[in-house]
Every structure is written in C-alpha cells, then in structure tokens.
Ligand binder design. Structure first.
Ligand code: SF4
Length: 367
C-alpha cells in the first residue's frame, strides 16, 4: 500500500486538524456566486459605486463572474478598490481593444492542438486537465482558450509517454484541483509510472480561493507518491491568505508537498511595495515560498491590469531591499517561443570593471 496521508501518521505526532469535513468543497464549488448584483449587494456597493457602465454587461457575457462565497467574505465591504474585488469583477475596461493584447498571448492554442499537451520548455510538458475553475480571474491569460480542443487528457499523457526527454509534467487548466480525487489519483498514477518523470507540478488557485479543497481525501492522493509533488498556488495579494488558507497550506506542507507561489503583477491590485512585501511575508507564514512575479500576459480584455517593465523593475528593487532573498520572487515575463521565461529581476550581476594592465600604468607614469 502507498504510504498516503491517512495511513502513515508517525507515533507521537499530531496532525493538523482540518476544520472542514472531507468533500465539503464540492458544495462550496456548486454555490459559487455568478451574479454581479448579488456580489455587489453582499459587499455593500452598487454598480455606480464601482463605475460599471453598459459595457460591463458585455464583459460579463463574454467571461462570466464566478467566485466562491468564502472568497467574497474576504472582500472588505464598501471598498470599490478592494484588491480581491478588482480581480473578479467584470468591468467596462475589458471591452476596450488595446494594441498588442490578443486572444492567445503565448501561442498555446496551436501547440495544444498538435500534441495534446503544451511543450513548455525543455524537459517540461504542460497538460491542460480541465477548463473549469472555482474563480474566474479577469486577468486570466487563458480566458479565451478553446478548452474543448485540449480536453483529451489521455492523448496528452500518451504524447508525454512517447517523449523520454520530458522529466517534469505540469498539470494545469483551468484548475486541476476541481477534478475529483479519483480522477486525480488516476492521472498521477499514470504520470509517475513513466520512467523519465522526476517531478509532477500542479498549478492551482483552489487552496487560495477554496481552501476546503485541501481535505484528507486530496492529501491522501498527493502524499507518498513515487515522484515528488510540487504545488504552485496562485495568490496575488495578502488579503487572499485567510486563516483557512494558512491551514490548508500547512496541511499540504505537512504531507510532504513542496509549496511555491506565483503572482501576476496587477495594476491597482498589488503594484506597490507594501502589497508585495506583505504578500511574501504572509506566504511564508503559510509555509509557501514566493517563486515568480509575472508581468501580465497580454491577453485581450486585460490591458487595464498591465504594469510596465520599468515600473516593475523599480518595484522589485524596493522589495529586494525590504526582504531576505528567499522571500523575493523572480520578476519574469513569458515570451512566446522563448526557451525559458525571461528573468527581469534580480538583474544579472554587472560585469566587473576591466582593470588596466600594470604595464600601461607604468607607461603612463613614464610619460
Ligand atoms: S485558469 Fe487560473 S487565472 Fe485563469 S480563471 Fe482559472 S484560476 Fe483564474
């Protein structure tokens, strides 16, 4: 039997008690809010308060509102600029075209259609497991992605199996953790059977937006696997990291899962030094290390979230001065077709100034 979370408690150790029952997340998922007016009513605001005009309804039709009630409870009532609210509220700005902002900013569509998975970078394959999410984030770079064409997970895994150069499989979506425990178990078992695979990475926003997903059923699936599991949670602001999120992350860490965080730099939400410092420090309190701070991928409908590269570098210089190195995420940009993410900060070390040859000094003195 695989040493899973429930069956391998060491004598004398005490497990983190999860304050929610197994499977409770399913009810939370089905009860997500999808009405803008209901959302605004719950947080004491009106459409006028948040500046919604007629185009906001067009944005809403194109990419509907979806948010778990637990995340709504973390929005501070009466504040139109709340950093969680701004991530989920459809606005008029989304309908404005902006040069350079396109439906598929990373050119993923063709690559998924070709092989069933996205060959990200050398040795790594990204498999899109589902198009479903618990939350619809307005800045999402896959907000126009044709998930129906990437739905054949078995074919994607066959493609991965036929390429022995792949050592890491990245499970993505949508959100992979909306799948049932049994489906995830089957996928992880298939991947870890491949001889070349050394790590499985899961990108998910569920531990942040719906921490009840981290129950003993999921911990059983993720722990004690033949290859290490890395979970990358996607938190953008410290206000998202509630006590329940801390408990969920601590339980995953206790189950032997490596936890990292990836953030998108978003104008008006986290593009200030205090927010970024608070995010890194709160992530560490949750047992999560900051990993990447991404410049926005230029997806159509999200131009109003864009933060320029120079501004981002300046911010990171300040953040680096305030935090120990292990709490400073790398500032990166994804470039379609590049061999890796482009790291913008920390900057590569400056080349040492050239020393003058001694002989030339002597000559100079003689002159
Ligand atoms: S894929 Fe991630 S960023 Fe996009 S809507 Fe889903 S949870 Fe949000």
């Amino acid at each position: 039997m695989r040493a899973s979370y429930s069956n391998c408690e060491a004598p004398g150790t005490k497990r983190i008690e999860l304050p929610w029952p197994i499977g409770a997340w399913r009810d939370e998922l089905t009860q997500c809010l999808s009405s803008v007016d209901e959302l605004l009513g719950r947080i004491g605001l009106t459409r006028d308060d948040v500046g919604l005009g007629p185009d906001a309804e067009v944005a809403e039709q194109a990419f509907r509102l979806r948010v778990p009630r637990g995340l709504v409870s973390r929005i501070r009532p009466g504040r139109p600029q709340d950093p969680i609210l701004l991530q989920i509220l459809p606005t008029d700005s989304e309908t404005r075209e902006a040069p350079g902002f396109v439906a598929d900013p990373l050119g993923e569509e063709a690559r998924v259609a070709d092989g069933g998975f996205v060959q990200k970078y050398q040795g790594r394959a990204l498999v899109v497991l589902t198009g479903a999410c618990a939350v619809n984030c307005r800045y999402c770079f896959r907000r126009h992605f044709p998930y129906e064409r990437a739905g054949d997970v078995d074919r994607a895994l066959e493609s991965v199996a036929s390429d022995p150069t792949i050592s890491e499989v990245i499970l993505s979506g949508g959100d992979p953790l909306v799948l049932s425990d049994s489906r995830l178990e089957g996928i992880l078992a298939s991947v870890e059977r491949l001889a070349s695979i050394r790590r499985i990475r899961i990108h998910t926003r569920l531990p942040v937006v719906l921490p009840q997903r981290v129950d003993t059923g999921l911990l059983d699936v993720l722990s004690g696997r033949a290859v290490p599991i890395v979970v990358v949670i996607h938190a953008n602001h410290a206000q998202e990291l509630s006590e329940d999120v801390r408990i969920a992350c601590s339980a995953m860490a206790e189950a032997g899962i490596t936890l990292l965080n990836q953030t998108v730099l978003l104008a008006g939400i986290n593009d200030d030094v205090e927010s970024l410092v608070a995010l890194s420090e709160t992530l560490f309190d949750c047992g999560v290390l900051p990993y990447y701070l991404h410049l926005l991928d230029k997806v159509a409908g999200a131009a109003h979230f864009d933060v320029g590269e120079e501004c981002a570098r300046t911010l990171m210089a300040e953040v680096s001065a305030r935090l120990p190195g292990y709490l400073v995420p790398r500032l990166v940009r994804e470039v379609e077709g590049a061999r890796s993410k482009v790291v913008l900060s920390p900057n590569p070390p400056e080349p040492e100034p050239k020393r003058h040859k001694k002989s030339s000094h002597k000559k100079a003195r003689k002159r």
